[in-house]
Design a protein. Sequence first.
Length: 263
Amino acid sequence: MEPSDRASKIIDIIVKLCSAGLITAIIAFYGNLISNNQQRQMEENRRMQMLIEISSKQKEFDVNLGVHMVETLMNRYFQMDRSGEGVQQPLQEKMVLLRLIALNLQDVPVNLKPLFEQLDSQLQGREDRDGLREVAKEIARRQASRLAFPDGFDSGVIPLKAGEERAFESFIFKLRVESASEELAKITLHLEEGERVIGPFSVTYFDLPLVDNTKIGPLRVAILLVDSNADGIDLRVIAFPSDLAADRFDIKEMSRTLRTTQW
């Protein structure tokens, strides 16, 4: 065998050995890389599962604490009506308890209007009754701000008198004040399409937008009584996506949907 042939074979063997080693190293490298990625993914999944479990337990704790707190407050609130205590101090305490209940239920579609009206009928002094209205208006403001942001509408404060109307460019209706007094306003909503009129309905200081609203198209519309004086009343109109109050069961709306659905 010629020296050149022998050198060529040796070189060929070396190249093949190097190629085999290189391939083995590449396979080992990528295998190790894949294994490391899998381990990182498993670690991330484990960490995510832990966060979900912690969040779930925290949510469960918050809900149980809220339920217990509201139950305790409600029991205390109604016990006062059956107690033999004096009058003025329990009514002041009931106002504080009602504010605590309303604040803790501000995101829950529970109608607290009867409690406000009952306590209002028991209060004698003007200052106490004004204080109760401020509690209701505080809850209404909180709900209105949360519902109208970011995809809703907030008119701000609108001064109106009995007989006046107000149209809104964003909606297909106009609002009319049929009558107004210090405690309530009678309102009708006139839809621009056709002659349909919604109302008249009463708006008081104890209305809360999460439950006291009217569904018009894809939105729910709530009207709040902000203030009243000798010159008229101040109203606030907000609108928000209907699904934010989805817990309300509307049999008429469901019937219309069933009639118009194509099967």
